[in-house]
Design a protein around this ligand. Structure first.
Ligand SMILES: [Zn+2]
Length: 509
């Protein structure tokens, strides 16, 4: 078979098999039934394990190519590489995937207990956000650490160990370096974060202190007070809303930006039920053809944030060119999460809340502005869990207590805070299990958003992106979506911002 034709066939096979894999994952996450997720994943990976396929890609890369074709093939080679290895690595990889699925089932099926009864994540969330009882909020917050033990018993540390072993056999410096290489991010990006966090921490602590004065009778705010204080800052977040109005506002917002949601085949599964994952996801089944959103909504204004975020992912998948599967494989997770957060953040924008708080608009404006300031000051705190997520693969961890200690260590180094409980709440974060070395994508995505908004505001001489919503929609389309696979993240960032990547975009708004 001619090489080019073979590569086209590879792209088609990957697309078809990925669709089947995503369909089964969707069923597993929404119902708890496993109709062969691992099997479908193995069939996808079989394409990448095929030696002849890989050789065709390598041969083509040795020829004269247009820049776009070279990029497509380089992306494809990066996908092949982890599977073109020794039989020993293959076996190890299979064990890792099996263990990951097993542990994700432990997490999806786990329900916390509070005051002697089982509670859902949404209930915990509600206590955390609205209960004036500080002791109860603390208990609800710490209940999230309950999943640590079943997760450890099911082999969480074995999973970490297998990943470390894999990276060593692969020849990478460590598992973090291995993952970052796969995602086309240089480890350079993370250098100096601890130092750069220091001034951000001072500003944040001042803000926290004043909130403690205002809402906690002068007490020092603790992690379980944060969502509560947010609700106090903007009680509008908790306003009951009917679900159909949430959909309508999604529709209106995207329409103003120039995107007609009803033209896209997006399925929403938004009600909580047993055996369903308690998080929010967008599953792209067929790029440009079928996207499905999982969320757990009970009818409060703030829940619109998740729907905006996941709809942002869905929109992204619909606006990429579905025929260019290979280029789309190169879309950076940072750009994907950044774009989703760009829409998610509009929850606090008058263009969205304006329709919900018509009669009390001045209150809403004031409160949401305060909340935005608080959230912006708080963004850097994510650095602590990002570094924890990475350090899991660099330390020798021989038990749950050592994982706890690692968690507290980074909390101390980044936030300057001592431990606040015996067990640290880390296991509930599914990323450590299913998406290792991934948390930085959200944080870097937020930072990217701030850059994008500032660039747009300067370029179009406006105060706010929603002054020219159509133009902003087009800006996103042309500057973010269309080129999102073409360059590695840092290169793309520098092209559009005109400066090398740094944390400086976190300062002042
Ligand atoms: Zn997301």
């Amino acid at each position: 078979m001619e090489d080019r034709e073979r590569v086209r066939r590879i792209a088609r096979l990957l697309r078809e098999r990925e669709a089947e894999w995503s369909r089964r994952e969707w069923v597993q996450y929404t119902t708890g039934f496993d109709f062969g997720v691992n099997q479908a994943e193995s069939e996808y990976i079989a394409v990448l394990k095929d030696r002849e396929n890989y050789r065709a890609v390598e041969r083509l890369l040795g020829q004269r190519l247009s820049p776009r074709w070279r990029r497509r093939l380089e992306i494809l080679r990066r996908h092949f590489k982890p599977y073109q290895l020794t039989p020993r690595l293959h076996r190890l990889d299979e064990r890792i995937r099996k263990k990951t699925l097993e542990l994700s089932q432990v997490l999806n099926g786990h329900r916390c207990r509070l005051e002697g009864r089982t509670v859902s994540a949404t209930e915990i969330d509600r206590i955390w956000r609205i209960s004036p009882d500080r002791g109860l909020r603390r208990q609800a917050f710490l209940a999230r650490a309950q999943v640590n033990r079943p997760l450890l018993q099911a082999g969480f540390l074995d999973l970490i160990e297998m990943r470390r072993e894999f990276a060593a056999l692969y020849g990478a410096e460590d598992f973090v370096a291995y993952r970052l290489e796969r995602d086309e991010i240089s480890p350079r990006i993370f250098i100096g974060w601890e130092q750069q966090a220091a001034p951000l921490r001072e500003n944040y602590q001042r803000l926290l202190e004043s909130l403690g004065q205002r809402f906690l009778g002068g007490d020092k705010p603790m992690p379980w007070d944060l969502p509560y204080m947010e609700t106090q800052l903007a009680p509008q977040l908790q306003t009951p809303v009917d679900i159909s109005s949430l959909y309508k506002s999604l529709h209106d917002l995207f329409n103003r930006l120039g995107y007609r949601l009803d033209q896209y085949n997006i399925t929403y599964d938004i009600f909580p039920r047993r055996h369903k994952s308690e998080w929010g996801y967008n599953f792209t089944i067929v790029p440009g053809g079928d996207s499905r959103i999982l969320a757990n909504v009970e009818g409060r204004y703030y829940e619109l944030g998740v729907l905006l975020h996941e709809t942002g992912h869905a929109l992204h998948s619909f606006r990429l060119d579905p025929r260019d599967y290979l280029m789309n494989l190169g879309v950076s997770g940072i750009i994907a999460e950044g774009l989703a957060n760009l829409f998610g953040d509009l929850l606090l924008h008058p263009a969205v809340y304006g329709q919900f708080f018509v009669g009390r608009r001045a209150d809403a404006d004031r409160n949401f502005a305060r909340l935005r300031r608080f959230q912006q000051a708080r963004t850097f705190t994510a650095i602590s869990s990002i570094l924890f997520d990475q350090e899991l693969y660099r330390r020798d961890l021989r038990g749950g207590q050592e994982v706890d200690r690692l968690y507290w260590e980074f909390q101390g180094r980044i936030l300057g805070e001592p431990p606040y409980a015996r067990e640290a709440p880390w296991g509930f974060r599914i990323h450590h299990t299913t998406h290792p070395v991934y948390l930085h994508n959200y944080f870097l995505g937020d930072l990217t958003n701030r850059m994008l908004r500032k660039v747009f505001i300067k370029r179009h001489r406006v105060q706010d992106v929603m002054e020219k919503p159509r133009k902003f929609g087009r800006f996103i389309e042309e500057e973010v979506i269309a080129p999102s696979g073409r360059w590695p993240f840092e290169e793309w960032f520098e092209r559009i911002s005109g400066r090398p990547f740094s944390l400086e975009w976190l300062r002042d708004g």
